[in-house]
Design a protein around this ligand. Structure first.
Ligand SMILES: *Cc1c(COP(=O)(O)O)cnc(C)c1O
Length: 373
């Protein structure tokens, strides 16, 4: 049997009847965009995360762009984030007209290295986007403190961390505003594109709501400021409402799968397993290991019909689209080193225990053959 890094269809199969009913309900209604399903999703997601508001948008990239615009960040403003992230984070900063400034990550946790913030701070810095990569929180205490001290807005990119926690509170409640992608493979995934923004600031929420539809605020067809079309459709919202009911359960499955990988792989030298911060509630969007000469392991796994992933093979500051012009810290050691060492093992809700055992055994067999003990 083929094993992929993720299997979003497994979540459809697990709740097929409920999802089909939800989709039919929308098709038989007369509201297809920004209707009662979107409103219900927004209120249920805000309750789940623990914020006063949530706003549905077209995708995660837009969520970040609109969050920046709502904060008034635009041309001439600098926004600090990491290079080791989905290109989307940086693309969204440029879409808002602002200037991305990239920093390195912490070697153990793959998230923004707060020690570099002071080095890249300038009079033009307006905001920090901290990315909770792979399902684990970044160092929120230190980053929040830095933002407060320098009067910067804090945006959480929680696209890989729906339901994850920091000191017992859900991610998406710490920044001035937070952004979630609901791309199909994410912990809360649609069957298409979708995104959500959360905030406790009702003015910001109203601003995002207006920005997603041409700046309409008080009345339809009346634009108070320039906006965009980043509406969420009713079909995706109805599907996400079903998936949200099971999010804690599917996150639990991810955590259990991660624990099983740990048990099978922890004694193998030459393999670095994910580390969890003591304040963090990790939800394992991805289970990322590190090793030398990973290509040989990838080939071996492929020959066994196992297809791991790499998140991400090229950091943003080395991508052709950005490399000659992007502002970044001159010390990007961790980002540059781990890009050739990281490997995302197959892990998803609905993954068969026997299949996971086969993945783990294949890795153990390969590493032992290579001379690791
Ligand atoms: C998926 C993702 C995004 C972008 O989301 P889309 O819905 O694909 O636009 C942004 N940031 C991170 C960290 C992501 O993983």
């Amino acid at each position: 049997m083929m094993v992929n890094c993720a299997d979003p269809a497994a979540q459809f199969e697990a709740h097929q009847k409920e999802i089909e009913d939800a989709v039919l309900r929308v098709m038989r209604s007369d509201r297809y965009i920004l209707g009662p399903e979107v409103e219900a999703l927004e209120s249920e997601f805000a309750d789940y995360i623990g914020t006063s508001a949530a706003i549905g948008v077209a995708n995660g990239t837009d969520a970040i762009e609109l969050a920046l615009r709502a904060l008034g960040v635009g041309p001439g403003d600098e926004v600090i984030t990491v290079s080791h992230t989905a290109v989307a984070t940086v693309a969204a900063i440029e879409a808002a007209g602002a200037i991305p400034v990239l920093v390195d990550i912490e070697p153990e946790y793959y998230s923004l290295n707060p020690l570099q913030l002071a080095d890249v701070l300038s009079e033009r810095t307006r905001a920090i986007i901290t990315v909770h990569l792979y399902g684990q929180s970044s160092d929120l205490d230190t980053i929040q403190e830095f933002c407060k001290k320098h009067n910067l807005a804090l945006i959480e990119d929680a696209s890989q961390a729906h339901g994850a926690k920091w000191e017992g509170k859900r991610l998406g409640t710490f920044g001035d505003i937070a952004c979630f992608s609901c791309y199909p493979t994410k912990n809360l995934g649609a069957i298409g594109d979708a995104g959500l923004v959360t905030t406790n600031d009702l003015d910001l929420a109203a601003k995002v709501r207006a920005l997603r539809e041409y700046g309409w605020q008080t009345a339809r067809y009346i634009s108070e400021f320039p906006g965009r079309n980043s509406r969420l459709d009713e079909v995706q919202a109805a599907i996400l409402r079903v998936k949200l009911k099971y999010l804690d359960r599917t996150n639990r499955e991810r955590i259990d799968l991660a624990e099983r990988y740990r048990k099978s792989l922890s004694r193998i030298s030459g393999l670095v397993l994910p580390k969890v911060r003591k304040q963090a509630g990790h939800v394992y969007h991805l289970f990322v290991v590190q090793l030398e000469k990973r290509e040989a392991l990838i080939e071996f796994l492929k020959s066994n019909n196992i297809y791991p992933g790499i998140h991400y093979p090229v950091p943003v500051h080395l991508q052709n689209a950005y490399k000659d012009r992007i502002h970044c810290h001159n010390e990007m050691k961790t980002t540059s080193t781990i890009k050739d060492r990281i490997l995302s093992l197959p892990l998803y809700p609905g993954m068969d225990a026997k299949e996971q055992f086969r993945v783990a055994q294949s890795i153990v067999e390969f590493m032992l053959r290579r001379g690791h003990k």
